[in-house]
Design a protein around this ligand. Sequence first.
Ligand code: ZN
Length: 107
Amino acid sequence: MPNYDRQCPSCGTVALDCLEPVNTPDPICLCGAQTQRVWLTTPAVIPDSIPGGIEIAHGLCNADGTPHRYYSRSEMRDEARARGLFNRVEHIPARGSDKSPHTSRWI
Ligand SMILES: [Zn+2]
């Protein structure tokens, strides 16, 4: 059953996480107005794919130490999970700069 958030357009009353069938008629608010389905708790959709891929030289690199290129966030996440790593990005300053050529490539 889908999980909806509802909001009353008249008084602004909000009901979060309403479990209800898709074809449920909009319930009437205590104020008498008809509530509407809204998406308040749905996180912003972040595109999963990484255009051109991203080359990882540390942590999630290949077993022989060569950099591995990933083409989606889910691919990186699954690999990190498999190796017991969790989004750990090390910031290693390059000589003469506080920007690392590795971490500064992250968008
Ligand atoms: Zn209302």
